[in-house]
Design a protein around this ligand. Structure first.
Ligand code: AMP
Length: 216
C-alpha cells in the first residue's frame, strides 16, 4: 500500500494507526532520512540541507533507501509512507515491484485543506531518534517538551517552519496531480479536516479491500 498526501496531511498518523491494528510494516522515507541525520552520515548532512530548504532529494538517492526496505519486507504486507512523491518516483516504484514480482494493491490519497495543515505543522513536535510525533493541540506529550517513552527532549523538524513549509506545500501541489494521474483509477481519496475524521473512512476501505488482513 502507498499513502499519498501533502506534508502534514497525516500520512504518518494514519500509518501508525494501521500499524497498531493490523499485522503490517511501514516504510517511512522521511524517518529513514532523519535517521541518517541523527547518525551524522554524509547522506544525513545532505538530506538536512535539502529538508531545511523544503526541497525533495533526487529520485535515485531516495530509491536507494527504499529499495532495501521493500526487499527486506518482500513476504510481508507493508505501507510505504513518503514515496513516491512524484510521477517519476512512481515509475521507479513500479519497476522495483515488478523486479520482485510484488504488486501494489492499495493507493490512498489523503486530502486535507492547506489552512488546516499549516496550523498543524506549527504545533508538530518530534522525538527525532524514534520518529514519534506529537501535536500540541490533539496529541500532546504527557510532559511538555519530553518524549513519552524515553523522556528525551522533543524538537521541531528542521523543515517544519513557515518559510520552508510554504516551499514544501508548493512543490507538493506541483507534483501531486501527475502523481495521481500515474495511478489513474486506482487512487482512493480520503478527505477530512482531522486525522480522526479520515481514519474511519480509511479503516472501512482497508477492511473491504483486505477482509483477511491479520489483526494484531
Ligand atoms: P516527510 O517526513 O515525509 O515529510 O519527509 C521529509 C523530507 O524528506 C522532505 O521534505 C524531503 O526533503 C525528503 N523526502 C522525503 N521523502 C522524499 C521523496 N520521496 N523524495 C524526495 N525527498 C523526500
Amino acid at each position: 500500500m502507498i499513502i499519498l498526501g501533502a506534508p502534514g496531511a497525516g500520512k504518518g498518523t494514519q500509518s501508525d494507526w494501521l500499524l497498531q491494528k493490523y499485522s503490517i510494516e511501514t516504510i517511512v522515507v522521511g524517518q529513514l532520512l532523519r535517521n541518517e541525520i541523527v547518525k551524522g552520515t554524509k547522506l544525513g548532512q545532505f538530506a538536512e540541507k535539502k529538508m531545511k530548504a523544503g526541497e525533495l532529494l533526487a529520485d535515485d538517492i531516495v530509491l536507494d533507501l527504499v529499495k532495501p526496505e521493500v526487499e527486506r519486507l518482500k513476504d510481508k504486507d507493508w505501507i510505504l509512507d513518503g514515496f513516491p512523491r512524484k510521477a517519476s518516483q512512481a515509475v521507479l516504484l513500479d519497476k522495483l515491484l515488478s523486479n520482485d514480482k510484488e504488486s501494489l494493491n492499495f493507493v490512498a490519497s489523503l486530502r486535507v485543506p492547506d489552512e488546516v495543515i499549516l496550523k498543524r505543522i506549527e504545533e508538530r513536535f518530534i522525538h527525532l531518534p524514534s520518529g514519534r510525533t506529537y501535536n500540541l493541540s490533539f496529541n500532546p506529550p504527557k510532559v511538555a517538551g519530553k518524549d513519552d517513552v524515553t523522556d528525551e527532549p522533543l524538537s521541531q523538524r528542521p523543515d517544519d517552519n513557515a518559510t520552508t513549509f510554504a516551499a514544501r506545500l508548493k512543490s507538493f501541489h506541483e507534483e501531486n496531480e501527475p502523481l495521481l494521474a500515474h495511478y489513474e483509477g486506482a487512487v482512493l481519496k480520503f478527505e477530512g479536516r482531522s486525522s480522526k475524521e479520515i481514519w474511519p473512512k480509511l479503516e472501512k476501505a482497508i477492511e473491504e479491500r483486505f477482509p483477511n488482513l491479520k489483526r494484531r
